[in-house]
Write a protein that binds this ligand. Structure first.
Ligand code: UDX
Length: 426
């Protein structure tokens, strides 16, 4: 099938490249000419495991191409056009739909109305109707939200838990079933509004689960319980489940914070004021503060104190630092006059764009430790787990580790003589 994907960021590029791997002919469109030029050379402008290899091999096989001109779409006469442009958070918390609107305008100017327009971007319920209005009555519009995790996006694409199709049209449903015919999973067909709400609800559910387990970890700190033991026993109940139950110094990323606020905003716009949604983000921001408080309590004076920081990315497996708790923690320590030496295996360039020369960027995790008092571990990169702790004990002037992800082997570290702080670990 001939397919156009508009937008080549995390969602659009994974969608385009993986659809090509399924055997479709895919044209990816992006208004950013320099990005398109790099993609044409096979360079993916962000780190996502396996993606660059797929982009290169699919380009070579002639199934994947890139352009900055939507007018080229007309040449391949696409059966389906995916809209995968950004829907960033606007000042009032609503999703900003300006890029979606611009893309719709471009489609009308360039493509025949026989193409099915599918919204892949995360959008508030009711957006499919708006897009149809922008496109005019000839176009059919469907919703097909994505549930990809950064760092695992390619594997999530090929092994999804479900595919959600939002349409009331048999033709649109069949086209989307054909698009994904190489993938074996449950398909849920529903109205576009339900599909759009499913996406927001999924992210809000997951974020609420994290804020709830973080609250339990805070209680564990107060009552002298161990959150790791609690997580294990809680997760054994199939009604609760053991995934996404790891407490820490807060969650981040380009999706949860934005989508939780956008759902709250969308509900209020439709006359319903949710009570449980806003506190999810309050708890999350408070979580970073609670973690910082442990550092302030341990070291009376932060001014002039030197810390090494391992991890800038909001999640392991990505170089994305958007809304990363690591950056929030770093900024607060800098405000108090700390000196920081940071390392991340993949997110150094993106970290540098945000932090500039306010911190020192170390060439390796071991170099980051030299001349520092204590270590902060803020992203769950596997290599941090297997660090040479005996050597590290000699490098830090005080043997203190703050684990923002509760993922290090605390008992082993204590055996080597470290003082270790996590969240809710007694
Ligand atoms: C999320 C959704 O999982 C995905 O389905 C949706 O399409 C986009 O938003 P993403 O934000 O890329 O994906 O990563 P995810 O793995 O969900 O992690 C989000 C944040 O939660 C990270 O900061 C991660 O460290 C944190 N997290 C995750 C925890 O703190 N504890 C956990 O148990 C799991």
């Amino acid at each position: 099938m001939n397919i156009v994907v508009i937008g080549t960021s995390y969602v659009g590029l994974v969608q385009g490249a993986c659809l090509a791997r399924l055997g479709h002919s895919v044209l990816c469109v992006d208004i950013d000419e320099s990005k398109v030029a790099r993609l044409r050379e096979g360079v993916v402008p962000f780190f996502e495991p396996d993606l660059e290899e797929i982009v290169r091999s699919e380009m070579q096989a002639g199934r994947l191409s890139f352009t900055s001109k939507i007018t080229e779409a007309v040449m391949i006469q696409p059966a389906v056009i995916f809209l995968a442009v950004g829907t960033p958070q606007s000042e009032n918390g609503a999703a900003d739909l300006q890029y979606l609107k611009a893309a719709a305008r471009d489609i009308v100017a360039a493509v025949q109305s026989t193409a099915l327009v599918v919204i892949k971007s995360t959008v508030p319920p009711g957006t499919s109707k708006k897009v149809k209005e922008w496109l005019g009555s000839d176009f059919e519009v469907a919703s097909n939200p994505e549930f990809l995790r950064e760092g695992k996006a390619v594997s999530d694409f090929f092994n999804p838990d479900r595919i959600v199709i939002g349409t009331t049209s048999d033709r649109a449903e069949q086209l989307l079933r054909d698009v994904y015919s190489g993938i074996f999973t449950q398909v849920f067909v529903m109205s576009p509004e339900s599909a759009e709400l499913t996406k927001y609800a999924a992210n809000t559910f997951l974020a609420s689960r994290l804020s709830l387990i973080n609250e339990v970890a805070n209680i564990a700190d107060h009552v002298g319980a161990n959150i790791k033991d609690v997580e294990a026993a809680l997760g054994a109940d199939p009604r609760i489940g053991n995934q996404f139950l790891r407490a820490g110094a807060g969650f981040g990323g380009s999706c949860f914070p934005k989508d939780v606020l956008a759902l709250d905003h969308a509900a209020r716009e439709h006359g319903y004021a949710p009570k449980l949604i806003a506190p999810i983000m309050e708890v999350n921001l408070g979580q970073t503060e609670r973690f910082l408080q442990k550092i302030y309590n341990r070291f009376d004076n932060i001014e002039g104190r030197k810390f090494s920081v391992w991890g800038l990315a909001f999640n392991a497996g990505t170089d994305d630092v958007r809304e990363s708790p690591a950056l929030r923690i770093i900024e607060k320590l800098l405000e108090r006059g700390a000196e920081l030496c940071v390392f991340d295996p993949y997110a150094m360039a993106s970290g540098r764009l945000v932090l500039g020369d306010k911190v020192t960027f170390a060439p390796s995790m071991m170099d980051a430790l030299i001349g520092t008092d204590a270590l902060l571990v803020l992203t769950e990169w596997e290599e941090f787990l297997y660090a040479p702790w005996n050597t590290i004990a000699e490098l830090l002037s005080e043997r203190v580790i703050f684990d923002g992800k509760n993922f290090l082997p605390h008992k082993d570290l204590r055996d080597v003589g470290f003082e270790v702080f996590g969240i809710g670990l007694n």
